[in-house]
Design a protein around this ligand. Structure first.
Ligand code: MN
Length: 244
């Protein structure tokens, strides 16, 4: 057996609510434009099939219930935006999963924030380039404790909301998802074999907008707890145009 030439990177894990257990994270998938009103606010129709992008596992910031996470305002943006999302934690392997069996592959659910450098995402979109610099930067995938489906079931209706400094920005219900959890898993598993440890950010409702250094976000999905995040001072922060 060979030794590593460097220390292997630490494993990413998310706490499971009401236990000392951790959910080990394998991959992070995200759905684009999965609420009709948000698709319209981004300039698209609401009738497209779901599409997916990924974030690196080490972009995950797990947040314990009752604590406030501190994240830095990221570099290279002047438009750092919140996207409150229902996150699905996959517990069973599968590909080409039928809609009727999809929920059997769910371990549990959590509240998440898909943080976005919107100016960079839109610039990449306009240039037909990948979204990574807008979506997949360090600390861009915030997630709360995972509630096991064995304990809470599979929520179909639940208010989903995020407040910034006490002002409600996004306020909808997960029953407004264009592609619900089962349909999303069915689609996604056609493109990728899903494995235990995968997380799926299911998309955000309308009302996305910027958050500034010094502000506090509180994200909630009814029945799944609360995410509290304070945005700290910026990293080195050239305007996007300062880079080629
Ligand atoms: Mn999103």
């Amino acid at each position: 057996m060979s030794a590593y030439v460097l220390p292997p990177p630490p494993a990413t894990a998310v706490p499971v609510a009401g236990s000392d257990l951790l959910f080990p994270v394998r991959r992070v998938y995200c759905v684009g434009r999965n609420y009709a009103a948000h698709a319209r606010e981004m300039g698209f129709s609401d009738r497209e099939p779901p599409f997916f992008f990924c974030k690196p596992t080490d972009a995950i910031v797990p947040i314990r219930e009752g604590t406030t996470a501190e994240i830095p305002y990221p570099a290279c943006t002047t438009d750092f935006q919140h996207e409150i999302e229902l996150v699905v934690a996959i517990g069973r392997r599968g590909s080409d999963i039928p809609v009727g069996e999809a929920l059997d592959h769910v371990f549990g659910y959590a509240v998440g924030l898909d943080m976005t450098r919107r100016d960079l995402q839109i610039r990449m979109r306009e240039q037909g380039r990948p979204w990574e610099i807008g979506k997949s930067f360090d600390g861009s995938a915030l997630v709360g404790e995972i509630r096991a489906a064995a304990a809470i079931g599979h929520p179909e209706r639940a208010r989903i909301r995020v407040d910034v400094d006490g002002q409600t920005r996004q306020d909808s219900d997960i029953d407004q998802l264009i592609w619900n959890v089962a349909e999303t898993i069915a689609h996604l598993s056609g493109w990728f074999e899903l494995h235990p440890g995968d997380l799926v950010y299911t998309g955000t409702p309308a009302g996305v907008g910027p958050v500034q250094a010094g502000q506090t976000m509180i994200g909630v999905v009814e029945g799944l707890g609360e995410l509290r995040v304070h945005v700290g001072a910026g990293l080195q922060n050239p305007t996007p145009s300062a880079r080629p």
